[in-house]
Design a protein around this ligand. Structure first.
Ligand code: PEP
Ligand code: MG
Length: 760
């Protein structure tokens, strides 16, 4: 029989669709071997699955060998051609198996009839999942092309097999958490993908892959549709401009600090003769209007996406969005079909401005596959939009329009979830609401023994202020000032900044506000500030280093902070301070600004307190001197953990090493608090650690009394504080400080079972 060209006939889509049918693993694998054997005209196709614990490969499906061997034949790693392929993580193709020294013959399963042998490992990165094996009677039957095809199939299989495995793990986990939360025992889903949580909440919707290579940037014309005229197109342009203007207006009300220019690119492109004029010309010369829009939009997408300038590349999403709006308006579709309601966006890369835009257009959730930058995670949390990070392969395995439910708390994505999954998630959502209910929040937070603790809010966008007030926070412990910078096309002026900061101060009604100076660099980049490419941006020109290097920009921000603080209780703190010298240099610039404002007769807050964010090991070493110089210290635990442990906070590969309970972190926090107490300086904590229920007793125990957190966590933190006794917290902290090993701290925390006390 003539062998077909496997590169063409190996219908991988068919394999994926088998997985989508939600088959149990056994049936799924059996269908796969039948399909592969059929396409390749191989006499045998088998799948072995690798068990990490036993280090054995077991035959799990076969077409061509004796079915009774399934589950009974197993190989050690390195045993036979299959075992070698898996051990050596490479395909092995043998022309005459009987002559190969690695050949391992199993009697009774009819292998002896086959000479050609091709074994391809099924891998997930470097992780062994199993092997895909084909055999044929004719010697030298398999070609290099066959190897290529089988490798492609093995790559697809890896995702499928892993998903099916994860599903059973998820079921086990669900029953383990059943005691703490409403029962999930009966959760059954078709397929799940596990990623990393980057924001909170749950979302349901259909997949919309933004940068899918196979997808046209714009809707294609329906051949049966009634043709549209140039006049129809002009009307669509008008309607589109109205829609965008009202979106912009709405954003300016809801998100005054970051709304500026968010939709300006849309409007500029829409007004551009090259764009709309060219579409009109195409229509007038006989091209159907929908096709004309698609043609021009695709040309723009092509040009923009190839640009070397990040500012131009950023416009790809805008032009695609614009194209779809124009088309839908031309077709007179309902206006709300122009937005992203009911859709979960899957994107390789997202910019904070994309997140803002899509949120204004009602997107339900985000799935990103290029890792999550801190700013994207922070902005999604502030906007209340769930976000999960997954790998590129996982993202590619999600078909467009797939129905999904994403649990961003756990980083889990359910594909085609059944009714039971929806029902259980509704229960979880209500449980979440109860946990975060602000209605019984008290103005003051006291421990069981009556000690006063203060809960402040971390504010990223002005829109965070409303929930902050609802949650009765005592002030702002951290205002991340970079978002108004990130969404613009240039540095905002002193005046523009002043307007934003003043709103913040006014809305806090006399409560303390802590401004943090610009913290860019690392993974928080400004697209319009193209500094030289740094090999190690996290160790480069970021945060206070950037400000000290770019004094004009720094001075404008400081003046805006000082002015906004007139007659209010405000503080300014500097991120990523690495020495007393950094702090003193920054403080001197503040003093210069105060003098200048005095001489100009402009009012400001002369009592503004100046503080240091404790984020670097070097700062911990000189914390005594810093505490002497500064008015206050604020522990930025997100970066402190990153830099003390040398673990990139955005890198999934090392996320297991990012441990807040590492003994070095515990001791560093203790040292910082002790220095603050000794020098009678205020110490607070504003990283994510400050709302971690497992760690709160430790933090209280070392003497921390000021916590700056995302306000949504305020009820949980207040309840926990109410249930704690300081003497008991001190006992816990002292025990934890004694441990030298991570494992000892973990065992201790498990024993304390502190988390469950909070849920009670
Ligand atoms: C921190 O590092 O803990 C912090 C609060 O700052 P950011 O998360 O903005 O870096
Ligand atoms: Mg930080």
């Amino acid at each position: 029989m003539k062998k077909r060209n496997v590169d063409l006939v190996c219908d991988i889509a068919e394999l994926i669709s088998l997985a989508e049918e939600g088959q149990a693993r056994k049936e799924l694998l059996q269908k796969v071997v039948i399909s592969v054997a059929g396409h390749m005209h191989a006499d045998v196709c088998s799948i072995y699955i690798y068990e990490e614990e036993s280090k054995k490969l077991t035959l799990r499906a076969t077409q061509g060998l004796d079915p009774a061997a399934i589950g009974t034949v197993s190989l050690s790693l390195g045993e036979g051609i299959t075992g070698r392929a898996v051990r050596e993580l490479r395909p092995i193709c043998v022309g005459t198996a009987s002559k190969s020294s690695s050949y391992r013959f199993f009697p009774g399963i009819h292998e002896e009839d086959y000479e050609a042998f091709l074994a391809v490992p099924i891998l997930r990165g470097l992780r062994r999942i199993g092997a895909l094996v084909v055999q044929a009677g004719e010697a030298n039957y398999f070609t290099p092309n066959d190897v290529k095809a089988l490798r492609a199939i093995a790559a697809q299989l890896a995702t499928m097999i892993e998903n099916v495995q994860l599903l059973s793990e998820a079921r086990e986990e669900a029953s383990a958490t059943a005691a703490a939360l409403p029962s999930m025992k009966k959760v059954v889903t078709e397929s799940i993908i596990r990623g990393r949580s980057a924001s909170t909440g749950t979302a349901r919707g259909r997949a919309n892959t933004l940068d899918s290579v196979n997808k046209e940037a714009c809707i294609l014309p329906d051949p049966d549709a009634i043709p549209h005229t140039a006049e129809d197109f002009d009307k669509a342009v008008e309607k589109t401009a109205d829609q965008i203007n009202s979106l912009q207006l709405q954003m300016s009300e809801d998100l005054a600090d970051v709304a500026v220019l968010i939709f300006s690119a849309h409007l500029l492109i829409l007004e551009d003769e090259q764009f709309t004029g060219r579409i009109s010309n195409l229509i007038q010369t006989g091209t159907e209007a929908v096709k004309a829009i698609a043609t021009v939009v695709n040309e723009y997408v092509d040009v923009f996406s190839k640009s070397k300038m990040p500012l131009i590349r950023e416009k790809v999403l805008d032009v695609k969005d614009l194209g779809n709006r124009l088309t839908r308006n031309l077709l007179n579709e309902e206006s709300d079909t122009c937005d992203y309601r009911g859709q979960i966006i899957i994107a390789h890369e997202l910019l904070p401005s994309d997140i803002l835009k899509l949120s204004a257009e009602n997107v339900e959730g985000f799935i990103v596959s290029s890792g999550v930058t801190s700013h994207n995670a922070i902005i999604s949390r502030s906007l209340g939009i769930p976000m999960v990070a997954i790998s590129r392969e996982q993202a590619d395995s999600i078909p467009d329009d797939e129905e999904m439910l994403m649990d961003a708390e756990q980083g889990i994505i359910y594909l085609q979830p059944g009714d039971e999954v929806y029902a259980k998630y509704r229960e979880l959502d209500s449980a979440w609401k109860v946990l975060h209910d602000a209605s019984d929040m008290k103005e003051k937070t006291l421990t069981k023994c009556g000690e006063r603790v203060q809960i402040y809010a971390n504010i990223n966008l002005l829109s965070d202020l409303k929930p902050a007030r609802e949650f009765k926070v005592e002030g702002v412990g951290l205002y991340r000032s970079e978002f108004p910078f990130i969404v613009r096309n240039d540095f905002p002026t002193e005046e523009e900044q002043y307007v934003i900061y003043k709103k913040l101060v006014d809305q806090m009604d006399g409560r303390m506000v802590t401004f943090r100076t610009l913290d860019i660099g690392g993974d928080k980049m400004l697209s319009y500030y193209s500094n030289v490419n740094e090999a190690n941006p996290f160790l480069g020109m970021r945060a206070i280093r950037f400000s000290l290097q770019n004094k004009d920009i720094f001075i404008q921000q400081l003046r805006a902070f000082l002015r906004a603080g007139a007659d209010a209780d405000t503080r300014i703190m500097f991120p990523l301070v690495s020495s007393v010298d950094d702090f003193v240099e920054a403080r001197d610039i503040v003093y210069d600004c105060m003098q200048k404002l005095d001489s100009e007769g402009i009012s400001y807050n002369p009592k503004t307190k100046l503080g240091v964010m404790m984020e670097l090991p070097s700062a911990v070493e000189v914390v005594d001197e810093l505490a002497m110089e500064a008015d206050f210290l604020s522990i930025g635990s997100n970066d402190l953990i990153q830099y003390m442990l040398a673990v990139d906070r955005t890198n999934e590969m090392v996320s297991k090493l990012y441990l807040a309970h590492h003994p070095a972190i515990l001791r560093a926090i203790n040292r910082i608090v002790a220095a603050g107490l000794m020098h009678k300086k205020d110490v607070s904590i504003c990283g994510d650690l400050s709302a971690d229920p497992r760690m709160l007793p430790f933090l209280l125990g070392v003497g921390l009394k000021k916590f700056s957190i995302d306000s949504v966590n305020a009820p949980t933190v207040q309840r926990l504080v109410n249930s704690m006794d300081i003497a008991e917290a001190e006992r816990i902290a002292n025990c934890m400080l004694d441990f030298g090993r991570i494992s000892e701290v973990e065992a201790f925390l498990a024993d304390q079972n502190l988390a469950s006390e909070i849920e009670a």
